[in-house]
Design a protein around this ligand. Structure first.
Ligand SMILES: [Zn+2]
Length: 233
């Protein structure tokens, strides 16, 4: 392959690679945001677990306070019952006692349920802590790897940019202005391989003599899509 067409082939490879690198670098912040969201979700669920324990403890204390009050009231009502001789008053007092007893039962059930839930949630703390620690470790690991990847890509970018400049500098002066014009608008899509006379950019065929000229290193653009061509086997 002549130097012009091999230079075009190399420019094509480098420009496509540079575009892909840039696209991946640009994707970085969105990928990071995804990992950040996962970390935030894990942080929230860790917090929710501990908050729920605090709330349950508070509820237990409140219910125990209410239970104490109800028991005091119940004792007072039962005490009052003995002094009543009027049937109607006696029945009313008894109804109050039944209500207070029901409330006492409800509170006792609620306290028991709270204690059981507290036990369950307290027992789950080690597992919850482990999940949270793992989420933080995963995020840290991602950050380290992402920073390494970014550094690698930036290094690659620098090398390829220099390679591209060096390769473009080898283009003959009569080709360079056309090259610059096409590249300005088409970027990495300024080039197309030609395989068995067929432009790989637009699938248009060229004549045999055009293909021979191309293989001999003649600079040409595709008559159909305008890409700069180079031959491939
Ligand atoms: Zn074409």
């Amino acid at each position: 392959m002549s130097s012009v067409t091999s230079a075009l082939r190399e420019c094509h490879r480098l420009r496509v690679h540079l575009r892909n690198l840039q696209a991946e670098i640009d994707r970085g912040p969105r990928v990071l945001q995804g990992y950040q969201d996962d970390l935030d979700t894990a942080r929230q669920s860790h917090k929710d677990h501990h908050d729920s324990i605090t709330k349950l403890k508070l509820k237990q204390r409140e219910d125990e306070g209410s239970l104490k009050q109800t028991e005091t009231r119940l004792a007072k009502l039962e005490d009052q019952l003995t002094g009543i001789s009027v049937q109607k008053e006696y029945a009313a007092k008894q109804s109050e006692i039944v209500q207070a007893q029901a409330k006492k039962g409800e509170l006792e059930d609620a306290i028991l349920a709270t204690i059981m839930e507290l036990e369950e949630r307290t027992a789950a703390i080690p597992a919850v802590e482990q999940v949270w620690a793992q989420a933080q470790a995963d995020f840290k690991q991602f950050q380290i790897e992402a920073a390494e990847r970014l550094e690698g890509m930036k290094g690659d970018q620098e090398v390829c940019t220099a390679d591209l400049a060096r390769t473009e500098a080898t283009l003959p002066p009569d080709v360079k202005p056309t090259y610059d014009n096409i590249v300005k608008t088409k970027g990495p899509d300024s080039f197309a391989a030609s395989k068995a006379r067929v432009c790989q950019g637009c699938r248009t065929s060229m004549t045999e003599s055009q293909f021979i000229a191309l293989r001999n290193g003649t600079f040409r653009t595709c008559a159909s899509c305008g890409r700069m061509q180079y031959p491939v086997e």
